[in-house]
Design a protein around this ligand. Structure first.
Ligand SMILES: [Zn+2]
Ligand SMILES: [Zn+2]
Length: 336
């Protein structure tokens, strides 16, 4: 597939030379500023073909700053080709960690075991929690309708005190979602907040905005992530709220640095939280990014107990990319 607009390296260099003097910050305070000339282009070949619905295309696009640039249009299936989905909810208070996923609370990813579910009233100090019944069974959403009615901010009252589990079989087959990422990341004048999607894993699945745990907990429900940090809703399909170790396809680095696991919506690479030695970088900025000579500017995800992989965007994202296209059908509440 040929792209309608292709930036040649010479053109990129020319653009860099023309604009670098005006946008590069030369003061000595703060971290070094990434300039266009040192930014690394997104490499579409790093995405797993099995997760894509077609070749990655280069298309013209407009950044939130109003600047026109070239983007990669990534049509993806939102189905992880490199690991299984689920399980999310144990069915009995006797089930162990293999029967459920994880739940983030206060920075810790808790195993959602039967015992964890049975202990929720104590865990949250609220006697209204009762996801389990006298016979030891656990209330779990078990239809697409129940999933849709529970996996939303205004949980259907009939589904309060349920463990919310939406199965892959509830989703329409062949759903394709398109994401635009700038081919060459550009640092924004100031970081922008996470309002929706954060980026893409190399399998094409999105790193989503934080799950609205306040609304989920207010209904005395849990919507666990599986052991790979993902779950499903009827609008977005499978998506990640956490990155757990060993699940995602990753690209090992020649040094001890944490492997690369995806790209943020601004085009900067996303790396795992920690390197081989388990140590997290200590010089991350407010967005969880930093710079080194080998990789340029890149991010490191937070631990899986945080319910937020990155904290903001350092670079420009595409206009509209922070919104969730398409919105929920008329009359339906916003999605989880
Ligand atoms: Zn979610
Ligand atoms: Zn790093």
């Amino acid at each position: 597939m040929t792209a309608p607009i292709v930036s040649t390296p010479n053109l990129v260099l020319l653009v860099a030379l023309l604009i670098a003097p005006s946008c590069a910050r030369r003061s000595s305070e703060g971290p070094p500023q990434d300039s266009v000339s040192t930014a690394r282009a997104v490499d579409p070949s790093l995405f797993l073909a099995a997760g894509l619905a077609g070749p990655v295309q280069e298309v013209p696009c407009t950044l939130e700053s109003g600047e026109s640039t070239t983007c990669l249009r990534i049509a993806r299936k939102s189905v992880p080709s490199d690991h299984a989905q689920g399980p999310w909810c144990p069915k009995s208070v006797h089930d162990g960690p293999e029967a459920g996923g994880i739940w983030p609370e206060a920075g810790t990813a808790h195993d959602v075991t039967g015992e964890f579910i049975a202990n929720l009233a104590t865990f949250y100090g609220d006697s209204a929690w009762a996801l389990h019944n006298e016979d030891g069974t656990i209330n779990v959403t078990d239809t697409a309708e129940a999933c849709a009615a529970a996996a939303r901010p205004d949980v259907d009252p009939a589904l309060h005190n349920h463990c919310v589990e939406c199965l892959p079989t509830y989703l329409a087959r062949d759903t394709v979602v398109e994401t635009l990422i700038p081919k060459l990341p550009t640092r924004a004048k100031s970081p922008s907040p996470i309002r929706s999607n954060i980026g893409l894993a190399l399998n094409g699945v999105e790193f989503a905005a934080p799950a609205p745990t306040h609304a989920i907990l207010a209904a005395h429900t849990l919507a666990p992530f599986d052991d790979c940090g993902g779950h499903i809703n009827m609008h977005d399909g499978y998506h990640y709220h956490a990155v757990t170790s060993g699940c995602l396809t990753s690209i090992a680095q020649d040094d001890a640095h944490a492997p690369m696991i995806g790209y943020a919506l601004d085009g900067y690479p996303i790396h795992a939280r920690a390197g081989h030695d388990g140590a997290e970088p200590t010089d991350l900025d407010e967005c969880r990014g930093h710079m080194d000579d080998t990789r340029g500017y890149h991010y490191h995800v937070a631990g899986p107990g945080k319910n937020q992989t990155l904290d903001c965007f350092t670079g420009e994202i595409v206009q509209g990319a922070a919104r969730r296209p398409p919105g929920p059908p008329p009359g339906q509440p916003p999605r989880e």
